[in-house]
Design a protein around this ligand. Structure first.
Ligand code: AMP
Length: 121
């Protein structure tokens, strides 16, 4: 599958459409999810053309992998989510429920988050 340069997060990266930004560095940007599923629901996306974690973990440079991970850490710390706890999550493909085909990590926090996934088999 080819990377779609017109996906919504690619357009946010290029600043063609607005987002509620919370952080940017050489490796990543972070912004509030437009439809939050928790009191804090942030998205962190790497700078580069990566469809999902699977693509990123195959193709990204070690420098970008470290920089992206550190950006996630920084955002967690900015919102002090390490104190009460948080969840990070990344979807891939149809079964993963991925809607936007640019690699992104969700950060959820601000309340107890319950079970990881519904219990259906
Ligand atoms: P996923 O299902 O993992 O691909 O998650 C995509 C997420 O992007 C969803 O939680 C959406 O609410 C969120 N989203 C979609 N469009 C925007 C946007 N323009 N700005 C911020 N978040 C968005």
């Amino acid at each position: 599958m080819a990377y779609d340069r017109n996906n919504v997060f690619a357009r946010i990266l290029r600043k063609e459409i607005p987002a509620n930004f919370v952080y940017e560095d050489d490796f990543a940007i972070a912004f509030h999810d437009l439809y939050p599923k928790a009191p804090v629901h942030l998205l962190v996306i790497p700078k580069g053309e990566f469809i999902s974690f699977f693509d990123f973990s195959e193709k990204a440079s070690p420098e970008l992998m470290v920089g992206f991970t550190k950006a996630i850490h920084h955002v967690i710390q900015c919102f002090e989510l390490q104190k009460e706890g948080f969840r990070i999550l990344s979807n891939h493909g149809t079964h993963g429920g991925q809607e936007v085909p640019h690699y992104h990590v969700h950060i959820f926090g601000g309340r107890p988050l319950g079970r990881m996934i519904p219990q259906e088999a």
